[in-house]
Design a protein around this ligand. Structure first.
Ligand code: GLC
Length: 482
């Protein structure tokens, strides 16, 4: 008999339905990559569940049931809808707390706390409605971590319940608001945990505490969170959990991001036709209004404008370069202070700096395909995806040695790596890049080494499958030995 593992995959966002950041890339691609690994012996039935955010288009969706969950004295109605993505069932849940919050992340703690607690607990009840039982709940970040907590409480109540849970950490500093009162109103007691007292009321720590497996999105990040600098106060908790903690590097969508077929590029190319690539550089310079000069090193950056991403480090570090010849295109929106700082550099250096403060998927691809060096001086980076895309597009990454950046970029082989989150340290790496730039064959060797790497999901998805198998076995053993 072939084995089947049923996985309920929960996330706040997933491409192509709704995307705000890197989580959306992962939740949109990993579930499909997992299903694609199904064999005759092992079927992986992954089903994705998302909140019915107001931006989601509902025309193509079918109603999949109406049910309710108890909150205090009221019954809160859950409306479930169903769609498909490449044959995968995708469910969307709606209800008053979801409608009340408006945007995907509302930046109002109270509304978001209500919304995501409701969503996580409503998602736990969905399987009964669709007559399907999960073996594993795979939750992502604080927004859905409470599903792991709710699952554990259910396991205490129903001794034969087999469902295991996994919580993936994409961005640890975002732990969610104090939800203790909300949880109580849903009839979930606050457990006696080994978490620090400030953390035991927040969704992310509670979910991590209750989960059977914790996954950080890169091996280095899994190690970094054991230490004070990156552990966000949970380092001691993680150290007690090293048995259930692992790091699995994210993959990227190699079909969508392919310089050989990307229709946004002026010229498609691969590692054997790198001589075509300068056409993309010229097109990019022209598009953003920089002088069209082929032998000036062009730095590119595509980012959320956030302190995490070290935008300020890049701006200060580039300024320190002074009169040398270089150009810089920065695409990204977010923190108004960082946006203003970037615009100021553009005003000071109008002949070499262009700042576009918006989200523009097409220009992003043109930067990957046309810039010479991709900047990613992140203060922390659980995985990061842009460095992988840039390598695939022959744009050499210049990164700080943290998290997934450390795991994917090798100094002097595929990129330029620096250690300290300081403009000086960044500036030293930029100078090394500028010094190498005139040596065309050595430069091309770095480009080709990066282009030869395989960042497709298949390797990482296999690691998740191994973990799922282990969780299923452990849960069988748990039920067998009460
Ligand atoms: C978060 C992290 C980023 C990671 C992404 C997907 O956005 O900041 O490093 O790549 O999640 O896991």
């Amino acid at each position: 008999m072939p084995q089947t593992i049923n996985i309920l995959f929960l996330a706040a966002e997933a491409e192509p339905f709704v995307k705000v950041g890197g989580l959306g890339d992962v939740a949109g691609t990993l579930p499909r990559a997992l299903r694609a690994l199904s064999t005759d012996d092992l079927k992986l039935d992954v089903r994705l569940v998302l909140p019915m955010h107001s931006v989601i288009k509902s025309e193509a969706l079918r109603p999949a049931g109406i049910y309710s969950i108890q909150r205090g004295k009221t019954e809160l109605q859950v409306e479930a809808f169903e769609g498909t993505l490449d044959g995968m069932p995708v469910y969307f849940l709606n209800g008053d707390p979801i409608r009340a919050a408006g945007s995907v992340y509302s930046s109002n703690n109270k509304l978001d706390g209500e919304k995501y607690t409701f969503f996580s607990l409503a998602a736990l009840e969905l399987p009964r409605q669709i007559n399907w039982s999960p073996d594993i709940i795979h939750a992502n970040d604080w927004h859905t971590a409470l599903a792991a907590y709710g699952n554990l409480v259910k396991r205490w109540d129903e001794k034969t319940r087999r469902v295991s849970s996994l919580v993936a950490i994409h961005n640890l500093p975002f732990m969610g608001p104090d939800v203790s009162e909300i949880l109580e109103s849903y009839g979930l007691p606050l457990a006696n945990t080994d978490l620090p007292s400030w953390a035991r009321v927040m969704p992310m720590p509670l979910g991590l505490w209750a989960s059977d497996a914790i996954v950080a999105v890169s091996p280095t990040y899994a190690d970094e969170i054991l230490h004070e600098e990156f552990g966000c106060g949970l380092q001691d908790f993680f150290r007690n959990r090293t048995d259930s903690l692992s790091g699995i590097l994210n993959g990227m969508d190699t079909a969508s991001f392919d310089p050989q077929t990307d229709s946004t590029l002026a010229a498609n190319f691969n590692a054997d036709t790198l001589s075509l690539r300068p056409q993309n550089k010229a097109a990019l310079q022209e598009r953003v209004g920089l002088p069209v000069i082929s032998d000036v090193p062009l730095f590119g950056m595509v980012t959320r404008m956030d302190v995490q991403k070290g935008v300020d480090i890049a701006l200060r570090g580039l300024k320190m370069l002074g009169k040398q010849n270089w150009q810089f295109v920065l695409l990204g929106a977010g923190d108004p202070k960082l946006e203003a700082m970037a615009k100021k550099l553009q005003e000071e250096m109008p002949d070499r700096v262009r700042v576009e403060t918006r989200y523009d998927a097409k220009l992003a691809r043109q930067i990957y395909g046309g810039a010479d060096v991709f900047l990613m001086p992140s203060r922390y980076e659980p995985c990061g995806i842009s460095q992988m895309i840039s390598m695939r597009y022959g744009c050499i990454p210049l990164v700080r040695a943290v998290g997934g950046l450390h795991d994917t970029v090798t100094d002097s082989e595929t990129g330029f790596v620096f250690v300290e989150a300081k403009a000086k340290s960044f500036n030293d790496a930029v100078r090394r890049a500028l010094a190498l730039y005139p040596y065309h064959s050595r430069w091309a060797a770095l480009q080709k080494a990066g282009m030869a790497l395989d960042f497709s999901w298949s390797h990482s998805a296999r690691k998740y499958v191994d973990l799922y198998k282990k969780l299923v076995e452990t849960s069988r053993a748990r039920i067998a030995t009460p």
